[in-house]
Design a protein around this ligand. Structure first.
Ligand code: GLU
Length: 427
């Protein structure tokens, strides 16, 4: 039988990165096995928030490239079915009415056991399992009832979900057995901790797919990084394409213990992916990202600035701070103590024949030489006057891109007595 798995998020808000981790393992498993990956939304009402979260979940999965098979299904649509099944269980004396609710009759003796594909053999004494509520007194079926019922209806072969659900599994196994179902296999994947060893949460930083997207991470880096949390191919390979991940993924190599989400490592990996993009593709991503984030910067200029930053920034989100000076004037972040060189620089820039990076560089180096200044000494105030910062894309390329007039304007504004840190001339 072909593998069929499901990702069953509750539509409570933006998709949490821990959920995506689970979704990814399901998706990799399904694609590796040539099976199916279903998206099943565990909605229990039709409020506007739920509808919105449902859209966001799908948008996040699409952005990550985690495509699902068939139509999305909604738990709400199976509520009547669940109520009927509960009645039938009552008729069969496998469940009973209790103050208006329907409870499942758990066996009192023996154990419920399964071979978890990640955690190994697990056993629960049945006396520890309470008679779980299947349908509440107000008629609403519970998660522990509808979820396994849906697994049965959908022909799920492998339930791959977070370790926070381990304790639900014996209850769900008993319910499935009572329904005469063929039991799926279970694989409980490690949860994610923040760098401090505590459960990954808002406190640690970006938390939802939307936040990572907003911070300028790209999906291929995020997918690659998430795949390495609790799974490894060997003891050293880290960079893997989507196809390689699919080909190499197996539940056997998923570890048991919680994985640490290391923001720095993700950022580093994102930088590796960004630098590896072909320049045009890189520019496309940057343009799309900035548009998404609401920047109204000139697209042509963004495309021209792109090659100047590609080697230097690790997230697209670094672009606005790093390259803002291309789009507007910025007050220097430090005092311009050594601005005395600037009038001569303005003069040199006015005189050179061609305003391209190579010619600019040669002329400025010669000027520094003539003035007996080390290049670093001479270039620092130019950079500050031009970009407002001591950290910027390449100076000569930046000058070329800003153009002669704008460059000289900025340098003259700084060199003509304004000197200090104040005096922003932002447009
Ligand atoms: N809605 C549950 C969750 O997001 C699904 C658990 C399951 O996969 O059974 O954790």
């Amino acid at each position: 039988m072909a593998a069929r798995v499901r990702f069953a998020p509750s539509p409570t808000g933006f998709l949490h990165i821990g959920s995506v981790h689970t979704a990814l393992f399901n998706w990799l498993f399904a694609r590796h096995e040539g099976g199916e990956f279903l998206l099943r939304i565990e909605n229990t009402d039709t409020s506007r928030e739920v509808a919105q979260a449902t859209d966001q979940i799908q948008e996040s999965l699409r952005w990550l490239g985690l495509d699902w098979d068939g139509q999305v299904t909604f738990q709400l649509e199976r509520m009547v079915r669940a109520q009927e099944v509960a009645k039938q269980l009552v008729a069969e004396e496998k469940a009973y009415e209790d103050e208006g609710a329907t409870r499942f009759r758990m066996p009192d003796e023996g154990v419920t056991a399964w071979d978890d594909l990640i955690l190994g053999a697990i056993e629960y004494p049945n006396e520890k399992l309470e008679d779980v509520v299947l349908v509440r007194s107000d008629g609403r079926p519970t998660y522990n009832f509808v979820s396994p019922l849906e697994d049965l209806l959908d022909g799920i072969t492998h339930v791959i979900r977070g370790q926070d659900h381990v304790s639900n599994t014996p209850k769900q196994l008993q319910i499935l057995a009572a329904l005469g179902a063929e039991l799926p296999q279970y694989a409980h994947v490690p949860l994610l901790n923040g760098p401090d060893g505590k459960k990954l949460s808002k406190r640690h930083g970006a938390n939802t797919v939307e936040e990572f997207r907003g911070a300028g991470f790209i999906p291929e880096a995020l997918v690659n990084y998430l795949a390495l949390l609790g799974w490894s191919y060997d003891d050293h390979t880290e960079l893997m394409t989507r196809e390689e991940l699919i080909e190499r993924f197996s539940l056997e190599r998923v570890g048991k213990s919680a994985a640490t989400f290391d923001y720095e490592k993700l950022t580093h990996m994102n930088g590796v992916y960004l630098r590896a993009l072909p320049p045009t593709e890189y520019a496309d991503r940057l343009v799309a990202y900035l548009r998404e984030q609401g920047y109204a910067w000139d697209e042509e200029l963004v495309r021209k600035a792109a090659p100047l930053v590609q080697e230097k920034i690790a997230t697209l989100g670094d672009f606005p701070k790093f390259a803002r000076f291309f789009f507007e004037r910025i007050a220097p972040e430090e005092p311009l103590e050594d601005g005395a060189v600037l009038p001569a620089v303005a003069e040199t820039l006015a005189q050179i024949e061609s305003f391209d990076a190579a010619t600019i560089e040669a002329a400025l180096r010669e000027l520094a030489d003539r003035l007996g200044l080390k290049p670093r000494q001479a270039f620092r105030p130019i950079r500050l006057a031009l970009t407002g910062s001591t950290v910027s894309p390449g100076l000569f390329e930046s000058l070329e891109l800003l153009g002669r007039e704008e460059s000289i304007d900025r340098i003259s504004a700084r060199g003509s007595g304004l000197g200090g840190a104040s005096g922003s001339s932002a447009r």
